[in-house]
Design a protein around this ligand. Structure first.
Ligand code: PLP
Length: 222
């Protein structure tokens, strides 16, 4: 299958998954995860009309997307990997959405950038639903305090994001994230990847992050 066929297939599966739970087909945004993919696949995705892309590293994303901004003014770039505070200024300049706000220090850094006049991207909080030690994201129990801190600093949080543990049934993690979002009045839910985006949609995902199923396998992991 070439990339155009894959894009058509994934787009169709997203629509069907939405309709299966009586949601409008355009309720769910496909975030095409382009990290580590070769340039020809990115070009093919752009030619096919995709405009929303996810990257997990700030520097890699700058190299790939900064110049393309001028050519594609309607691009929407999502940061989906952990953000170090010392890269926050670069991330704020490049991305339209940062999905990985996950700790007080980063909240404070973003608040300072806003005070200094930087226009902040839309912000999501990453929740470590599986409470995995090595994984980024705020523990579910610490989410209320982090959201309070954001409010104190007048940072608008639009929603939540999660990456379920690799070897667990993702459904319970999607259900938990949806419940947390509902409880806090947040409307954006970024959840679901190549292997489980249809399940995520059935639990209310508004954004699915799909990489390998769209572009093919990545050359290196991560
Ligand atoms: C790589 C990555 C994805 C995409 O994973 P696939 O399984 O290739 O679809 C989604 N979300 C995050 C946070 C990622 O790092």
């Amino acid at each position: 299958m070439d990339i155009n066929q894959r894009i058509a297939e994934i787009t169709d599966r997203i629509k069907q998954a939405a309709q299966a739970v009586n949601r409008p087909a355009d309720d769910v945004t496909l975030v095409a995860v382009s990290k580590v993919q070769p340039e020809d696949r990115i070009e093919a995705a752009l030619a096919a009309g995709l405009r929303v892309f996810g990257e997990n590293r700030v520097q890699e994303a700058q190299g790939r997307w900064a110049a393309r901004r001028a050519v594609y003014p309607d691009l929407a770039l999502h940061l989906i990997g952990p953000l170090q505070s010392n890269k926050a200024e670069d991330a704020v300049a490049l991305f339209d959405v940062i999905e990985t706000v996950d700790r007080p220090k980063l909240v404070e850094t973003l608040a300072k950038l806003a005070q200094a006049g930087h226009k902040l991207p839309k912000l999501l909080v990453q929740v470590n639903t599986g409470e995995e030690e090595q994984k980024a994201g705020v523990a579910p129990g610490d989410l209320p305090a982090l959201l309070d801190l954001c409010a104190e600093h007048q940072l608008a949080i639009e929603g939540l994001m999660c990456i379920p543990p690799e070897h667990e049934e993702p459904a319970m993690h999607f259900a938990l994230l949806a419940k947390l979002a509902m409880r806090h009045g947040l409307s954006v839910l970024s959840m679901g990847m190549s292997s489980d985006f249809e399940t995520a949609i059935s639990f209310g995902a508004t954004h699915v992050r799909v990489g390998s199923a769209l572009f093919g396998e990545r050359a290196s992991s991560d």
